[in-house]
Design a protein around this ligand. Structure first.
Ligand code: ZN
Length: 200
């Protein structure tokens, strides 16, 4: 997946994630197989080709939940494993569910770009490769945080006015715990929703 350019820069080919409008919203499909089940946060879309795998036998698309954090795609794309057979798969796209995310990129020979914060709601928000087209990146980083009412952009504005702001790092752990605990059968409606978190 990675290649070296003349100048010694690591370049990754990927859908052009600078085209932020190329993210399309899809409904979940309750009949889709378990290996396309996603959780809150980011996920990778990939094909598995392992003949000994339930997905790979059909050269089927799998969804690999990645959750929350700062994902440097130059490192992360090489560490994605099929949820059915745990063999390495090569992601061809990314998607998000119930989270806020920001894409930072740099194409070879171009200026570094920091995208806006976007909000993915309670559906499958997936990058549309056809609309975006392919691109090459020397930097491709996606930051993903738990869904914030009103969006992260708005929250940032408020936080800057507070002198004793809690560092983001500390919040992150708490958010992950909250995320894990949502697996427990707490509120019934949320559990019912999770059942359908299977992408098409
Ligand atoms: Zn597999």
């Amino acid at each position: 997946m990675l290649r070296l350019r003349g100048g010694g820069e690591l370049v990754i080919p990927f859908p052009d994630i600078e085209k932020e409008d190329a993210v399309k919203v899809h409904e979940f499909d309750p009949r889709a197989p378990d290996y396309r089940r996603i959780r809150k946060g980011m996920y990778y879309a990939a094909y598995c080709y392992n003949p000994a795998c339930a997905a790979g036998r059909k050269a089927d698309c799998v969804a690999v939940p990645a959750g929350f954090g700062i994902f440097n795609l130059q490192k992360c794309l090489d560490k994605v494993f099929c949820p059915a057979c745990h063999q390495k798969v090569k992601p061809y796209s990314v998607g998000w569910h119930y989270c806020d995310y920001q894409v930072s990129t740099q194409k070879p020979g171009a200026e570094a770009k920091k995208g806006k914060w976007h909000q993915a709601g309670d559906k499958d928000h997936r990058f549309d490769n056809k609309e975006a087209g392919e691109a090459e990146f020397v930097v491709a980083i996606i930051e993903v945080v738990p869904y914030q009412e009103g969006g992260k952009e708005k929250l940032n504005t408020v936080a800057k006015e507070q002198p004793n702001q809690t560092p983001i790092e500390e919040n992150k752990e708490a958010d992950q715990e909250e995320h894990k605990s949502s697996h427990n059968p707490q509120p019934a409606p949320r559990k019912a929703k999770k059942k359908h978190c299977t992408i098409l």
